[in-house]
Design a protein around this ligand. Structure first.
Ligand SMILES: NC(=O)c1ccc[n+]([C@@H]2O[C@H](COP(=O)([O-])OP(=O)(O)OC[C@H]3O[C@@H](n4cnc5c(N)ncnc54)[C@H](O)[C@@H]3O)[C@@H](O)[C@H]2O)c1
Ligand SMILES: O=P(O)(O)OC[C@H](O)CO
Length: 530
């Protein structure tokens, strides 16, 4: 086989990623060789892991979407080298068309050869699949965000049956719900008798309590049994108010697959006296699995309505799960830890090789939708802390606005709130964050802005001042069972800061606690900030 130096690993990538047989791989190899070594056009079903190949993949993907008139495509045609540099800098999701859109692409006339290779590998992929298992996905939680995430993940599981099982389990904290007479699901034969929420979700395909008005994919299975919902799942998505996570972990600990991997969509922290733990690390420790974090400027109702937004997923593929370009594990028998991926030092059970790998590509495949752009990073601490602490700042902004002050005062609170967030991360998680998370990612400033201008913590604290009520009262009357994370996070973080003797360095965080407790008034804020 006359492969070039670059062509050889490329072929391995093609064989592994495209899951093709050796005879098909040989044929692909011929196509690659025709492409003349290092300059050959590539064809992958998902971005390869090798950085050099990855850049080329992005260029090719951009060629594929070139029937749109993107400026990137113009750049590609005029200056391929500059386009390659652009591609290297862009996040995968912005240049990587979904598999469904790739399937329907029309190749531009001058790039026919790229498509010959692509079409060949895609048909080969359809006939041979080396992975005997698919990932089974369970979403633990079914509130406003839990149901929204279940919806987008279920859409992807249905679209990618080679990687994921079609049905997505969604654990529901069971409760009885009465459908009002004006509900389109009202059944006169049942009348106003309360019904189980799981029954309503499974028959009407709508979470009438926590995400009303949004049709859900039929492959979401609402399950009231936590133990049954997590059984045999290789992917666990944790998505419920953070105060419930301890109880959840205790219940599922002995019932999950030992090789399961998790993503926490929870915004909060776990505090005990002078100890603070990220929620994803808490989950990792409690269940002895690896768990990453998803956080961003994400208002559930908007995303459920398929309005476009961005998010950030932090995941450090554990050493035991990393595979080389041939699909073989990179860890030898001695290395069974997760490589300090998120500060978790216990031995992990590797993800069996008969499952598709779980790295940035697969997580992106599971969560990305045309209306939900995913950026994959490795900064677990930055993403988690930004998501938790912005809720305190959002409450401060609501208070300020409720008091009658406007954007300039809110901007001051946001700026100082972000300053305290980064200070907190550096002081209590030294050397563990990447500053760019706060400045460049949706999980950073993006989430801070949306939370301080339109989310629930902001809205309820604003109403609390306007109605002269404690924020907890507003939460009860306005949110129909949804929970504010900012109240408990403020209390937890301020008690942690007191235990550490660090209150003076965090005036915004401490002031919010005192306003929640009705010890001080909003107008005292500027004085405290001096
Ligand atoms: N809603 C959003 O727009 C949004 C966006 C991004 C992130 N988040 C984060 O996602 C997480 C989940 O939020 P959400 O909006 O899905 O929840 P939610 O506010 O809708 O919370 C209510 C959920 O808690 C459940 N629940 C009530 N009592 C329970 C108990 N004792 N044990 C277990 N569950 C119980 C309810 O059944 C319901 O599913 C939070 O950390 C939140 O900060 C929310
Ligand atoms: O509605 P909130 O205040 O819980 O915030 C929702 C999201 O975290 C905003 O990104």
């Amino acid at each position: 086989m006359n492969c070039s130096r670059l062509g050889q690993p490329l072929l391995h990538q093609a064989r592994y990623r495209s899951r093709v047989s050796s005879s098909n791989a040989a044929a692909i190899s011929r196509c690659l060789v025709q492409g003349q070594g290092p300059k050959l056009p590539l064809s992958f079903s998902s971005p390869p892991t090798h950085p050099a190949l990855r850049r080329r993949f992005y260029v090719q993907s951009s060629v594929a979407i070139s029937n749109t008139t993107s400026s990137f495509h113009q750049q590609l045609l005029q200056s391929p080298q500059a386009a390659t540099r652009t591609a290297a800098l862009e996040p995968a999701s912005s240049l990587w068309p979904s598999r469904s859109s790739r399937a329907s692409l029309v190749p531009p006339a001058n790039h026919t050869r790229h498509f010959l290779v692509r079409r060949y590998s895609q048909s080969a992929k359809m006939t041979v699949n080396n992975f005997t298992k698919k990932h089974k996905v369970t979403v633990i939680g079914s509130g406003n965000w839990g149901t929204t995430v279940a919806k987008l993940v279920a859409e992807n599981c249905a679209e990618h049956p080679d990687t994921f099982e079609k049905d997505v389990q969604m654990w529901v904290y069971e409760e009885n719900v009465t459908l009002p007479k004006d509900s389109k699901h009202f059944d006169a034969s049942i009348g106003e008798q309360p019904q189980k929420l799981t029954h309503i979700i499974n028959t009407k395909h709508e979470n009438v309590k926590y995400l009303p008005g949004i049709p859900l994919p039929h492959n979401i299975v609402a399950n009231p049994s936590l133990v049954d919902a997590v059984k045999d799942s290789s992917i666990l998505i944790f998505n419920l108010p953070h105060e419930f996570i301890g109880n959840i972990c205790r219940q599922i600990k002995d019932h999950i697959a030992p090789y399961a991997r998790g993503i926490s969509c929870i915004k909060g922290v776990s505090v005990t006296d002078d100890k603070i733990e990220l929620i994803c690390n808490y989950i990792s420790d409690a269940l002895n699995i690896y768990c990453g974090a998803l956080s961003g400027a994400n208002i559930a109702s908007e995303i459920a309505n398929e309005q476009w937004c961005e998010t950030t997923i932090a995941y450090n593929t554990p050493v035991v799960d990393r595979r080389d370009e041939n699909g073989r594990p990179v860890a030898n028998g001695e290395s069974n830890g997760n490589g300090g991926a998120n500060g978790h030092s216990k031995q992990l059970t590797p993800l069996p090789l008969d499952y598709p790998p779980l790295d940035h590509d697969e997580w992106s495949l599971l969560f990305s939708r045309p209306y939900f752009t995913v950026s994959m990073v490795s900064d677990i601490v930055g993403v988690s802390l930004a998501g938790a602490l912005k809720n305190i700042v959002a409450i401060a902004c609501g208070y300020v606005e409720g008091h009658g002050w406007n954007m300039t005062a809110k901007t001051a609170v946001m700026r100082r709130g972000m300053q305290e967030t980064i200070r907190f991360a550096n002081e209590f998680f030294p050397g563990q964050i990447e500053p760019r998370t706060f400045w460049e990612e949706s999980a950073g400033w993006g989430d801070m802005i949306v939370s301080c201008t339109s989310a629930r913590n902001w809205r309820c604290s604003k109403l609390a001042v306007e109605r002269n009520l404690p924020i907890e009262e507003v939460e009860k009357t306005e949110l129909n069972g949804q929970k504010l994370q900012g109240i408990s996070t403020t209390r937890e973080v301020s008690s942690f800061l007191r235990a550490k003797g660090a209150e003076e360095r965090y005036p915004v965080f401490m002031a919010v606690e005192r306003i929640i407790n009705q010890e001080i008034k909003v107008e005292e804020i500027p004085k405290l900030f001096k």
